[in-house]
Design a protein around this ligand. Sequence first.
Ligand code: ARG
Length: 565
Amino acid sequence: MKKEICMYLSNVIEAVPAEEFYDLLELPPEEKLGDYALPCFALAGKLRKNPALIAEEMARALNDGKAALGIDKAEQVGAYCNIFMNRAVYAAGCLQALTREQSGMAQTGKGKTICMDYSSPNIAKNFHVGHLRTTIIGNSLYKIYEKLGYTVVRINHLGDWGTQFGKLIAAYQHFSSKEQVEAEGIKELLRIYIKFNQEAKQSPELVDEARNWFVKMEHDDAGALELWNWFKEISMVEFERVYHLLGVTFDSYLGESFYRNRIPALVKELENKHLLTESRGAKVIDLTEYDMPPCLITKSDGTSIYHSRDIAAVLYRKETYNFEKCLYVTGLEQTLHFKQVFKAIEVMGYDWAEGLVHIPYGLVSLAGARLSTRNGNIIYAEDILKEAVERARAAIQEKNPALKDKEGTAKMVGVGAIIFHDLFNQRIKNVNFSWNDVLSFDGTTGPYVQYTYARAKSVLRKAGEAVSGYAIDYHAFTDDITYSLIKTLDGYREAVLNAAEKYEPSFIARYIISLATEFNKFYHECPILRAEEGTKQARLYLTDFVQSVLKDACGLLGMECPEEM
Ligand code: ARG
């Protein structure tokens, strides 16, 4: 309908193409200003006319063609032309378009591939709340791009290589045993790693020992690699438990270690392109020209580093997947790292560097205190998820002890609460975590949304018979409350497109809250099952739309919705 209005206007004023009208047309801040508003300031220059006069002319033209355009009336107010749609026509158009959208939202990504690098925890370290954020944000972006038709490659770039593993091997030999590691897993590996760092302050020979172990690893020493592999397996078991709880999977687990053998070729390429300089035995790419510190490629002992492994990784991904974009979801503190890596790719002469995007997110604090491993304040993501499920279970026990699938529901609610809380605010914002905010049943929370979904489903269950196929009277949707709900439904596509364009799932989370709020208003103000037959059918039909969009949108966040709650 919006497109038709724009085409019509562009026929009236030929100097302005329909696309320009389309970009100008905005949603008014208040209902009494209509459904669309056309601000005419921007047209004044081109048309050499006072904007108010243009608005008046537009309003007159729209009123002339209103029947065919599905418009009730158009009004000039100052420099604006406010357009009021015919509510029944608008409702029909919106719901019909939505049916089409649901079965495949605008497939803008058809034939394009996006590589997504997210989660990527570090072997032998705890999967902390920061990793929980990248996992949740990354998984949501994956679902969003997939919905738009992209082929998405989900890559878990495991932190499984680097000098710290030399330290870990040395630490294991000094301070631990096979039995202890088998019994305690990552906790033990973390304990000895911290102990090693403390001891190394007094005994510098430990540092040399660790460095030698890493050099051995880089030279494929069987004994070193066997221990390293074992640490990796132990860690993976624990990480998989978190992924299982979250319902997250990956297409590739190629971590940093995979790229170690590609460093010599990278060094050669950089040398051929005259991009390497020596700095105290290390090989670096000088980036002074771009106001950045040098990008380290190999250290003085010849070993690879985080940066060079990332450069090798992205070359490999380009070659393997020929991506359009490669996205990296990590904490904000890695911003410089990615700037350097992307710049390195650019100076190597690869124009596809444009498609490399760092997607940073803010810190998580627990009741104000920053969470970190260094000061021993170790928090495991798994514990948080489990506690959320535990608390959801207790709430269900208290509020609805007769619920059928209590265990399954507790998991959906607990995990969903964590996911929703993470995605509701802009990702760059720091998250202050408090259980009350996360699990509350009212307010902007996952449980509130899930409860609303379950409410819609319960109405439909009570109605019994199938709600589709009935000839719907769209006039039932013209009162203010219902119409406002329809307009909110109409905003779904835009929320998804915004989220995709800005790499920002919060657009969808916020959309979900407004849809749930509008639906609850409708539910309280407009009786569904008690209405007379035609209205009842129309309201059930609308309720069915709301539940399906709620579920679809929650799915894009990686969140499940229980049928009953
Ligand atoms: N392992 C890193 C960390 O835990 C994140 C890796 C992100 N991905 C990458 N390609 N560098 O901080």
